[in-house]
Write a protein that binds this ligand. Structure first.
Ligand code: GLV
Ligand code: GLV
Length: 326
């Protein structure tokens, strides 16, 4: 009997083709997030589920998915998954690291330049018909070259983002939850591991690349913004709740920091009151991994992971490999 697989939303076809060769695959036909009761009803009787960062994978999900042999997350972040619960039940779980590293790092740079050089705001001026021609005092932004870049969370994406600063001769600081040195950043950029407070105080651009954990939730709050320079910018392509978004709106309004470039939000798809009215915030709708190669790579990796789990094998990028130990 071919295993039965459910995919909670349409993804690029490459992974679906791989799954289709070995499994009975059903894909959510609606291009929207399934409501909770829909998700729980669809996963009953499935041997494998390929789901998204917008699906909550917890005890209730595992109760509903009564034949589950594996869950493949179509994302690198896995704060949507109760991993301890999966492990307790012996269900392997995978994510999609690596394939979206460069795309997400490039997105952080897009936000950095957009907010520093007021790209979105300037675009709005052009479209409004209000532009009257070149002016020496118009829309003056921040310099990037030679400035200090602070990387919070120097893992795969944080490291890639920092390495891309080479063309701009930046001084690079980084902070890690582990406190471990990043040999690549130190060798390639002469980057310096710094305490979080030092990084906040010295950076002109602070780029967030940490996973969302209980320790990083609201790592950026009113106190953190006060510790930053008034000329500094914060960039977030990681997870929204790492920032207390109401505190960020206050900091942007009061001039405590100069601007923010955001791809992720605390309560997606909602945004904090006042955020959308601020000219010094550039706002993207969680598109960090939205390039052709990254999304195809995620599709293929998630499918390969799920096929391995359906065969009872350890997937390439497993989040709880201990379930395979005898
Ligand atoms: C996207 O946000 C991801 O975690 O892959
Ligand atoms: C600006 O357009 C310049 O030529 O300096």
């Amino acid at each position: 009997m071919r295993p039965r697989v459910y995919v909670t939303r349409m993804i690029p076809s490459q992974g679906l083709d791989l799954l289709g060769a070995e499994c009975e695959v059903e894909v959510n036909p609606l291009d929207r997030v399934l409501a909770r009761d829909e998700l729980l009803a669809r996963v009953r009787g499935r041997h494998g589920v390929l789901g998204l960062l917008t699906d909550r994978i917890d005890a209730e999900f595992f109760d509903a998915a009564d034949c589950l042999r594996g869950y493949a997350n179509y994302a690198v972040g896995y704060d949507n998954i109760d991993l301890a619960e999966a492990t307790r039940r012996g269900v392997p779980v995978s994510n999609t690291p690596g394939v979206l590293t460069e795309a997400t790092a490039e997105c952080a740079w897009a936000l950095l330049f957009a907010v520093a050089r007021r790209v979105a705001e300037s675009d709005r001026v052009m479209r409004s018909g209000r532009w009257q021609g070149w002016g020496p005092l118009q829309l003056i932004g921040a310099d990037v070259r030679g400035r200090t870049l602070g990387i919070v969370g120097a893992g795969r994406i944080g490291t890639a983002m920092a390495l891309m600063s080479r063309g701009f001769d930046m001084k690079v600081l980084y902070a890690n939850a582990s406190g471990r040195a990043n040999a690549v950043l130190e060798a390639e950029l002469g980057a310096r591991l710094a305490p979080f407070e030092t990084l906040l105080a010295e950076s002109d651009f602070v780029s967030i690349h940490t996973p969302l954990t209980p320790e990083t939730r609201h790592l950026f709050d009113a106190r953190a913004f006060r510790a930053m320079k008034p000329t500094a910018y914060v960039i977030n392509t990681a997870r929204g709740p790492v920032i207390n978004e109401a505190d960020l709106v206050q900091a942007l309004k009061s001039g405590e920091i100069a601007g923010a470039g955001l791809d992720v939000y605390e309560f997606e798809p909602a945004t904090a009151g006042g955020l959308c009215e601020l000219e010094n915030a550039v706002l993207l709708p969680h598109v960090g991994s939205a390039t052709v190669s990254a999304r195809q790579g995620m599709s293929v990796l998630a499918a390969r992971n799920l096929l391995a789990m359906l065969r009872g094998e350890r997937p390439e990028t497993c989040l709880n490999p201990e379930v395979f130990k005898p």
